[in-house]
Design a protein. Structure first.
Length: 115
């Protein structure tokens, strides 16, 4: 389950950012996850729940924004029709993946300062 190693790296990055900002706590973590990233959202959530205990993310909720795959033509900017071959319907050139394979730490919500 490579989702566990992704969560391990995610928690390490969040901990580094929390320390750099002098945070008392991390309350929320938002990740943008491409549909073609090779990561199963349900498994990522399960791995997060298992791994976060004892880390900076222990009290933080995880929010996943799943991004659908989007293909575009590098030549003219066109796109293939849904379910069609991966060629531009306008000029016939091969299209490239423009979105949908990413795994991005989008946002971290922190509690900082004295209360």
């Amino acid at each position: 389950m490579h989702e566990y190693s992704i969560v391990e790296a995610l928690c390490a990055r969040v901990a580094a950012e929390a320390a750099a900002h002098g945070a008392r706590a991390v309350t929320s973590v938002r990740v943008r996850l491409g549909a073609l990233s090779g990561v199963e959202p349900g498994l990522l959530r399960t791995a997060y729940e298992m791994f976060r205990e004892g880390t900076a993310c222990a009290g933080a909720s995880l929010h996943l924004d799943v991004v659908p795959a989007r293909w575009t033509c590098p030549r003219c900017g066109g796109a293939p029709e849904a379910g069609a071959r991966l060629v531009c319907r306008a000029c016939g050139a091969p299209v490239r993946l423009a979105a949908g394979d990413e795994i991005v730490l989008e946002r971290i919500e922190l509690e900082v300062g004295d209360v």
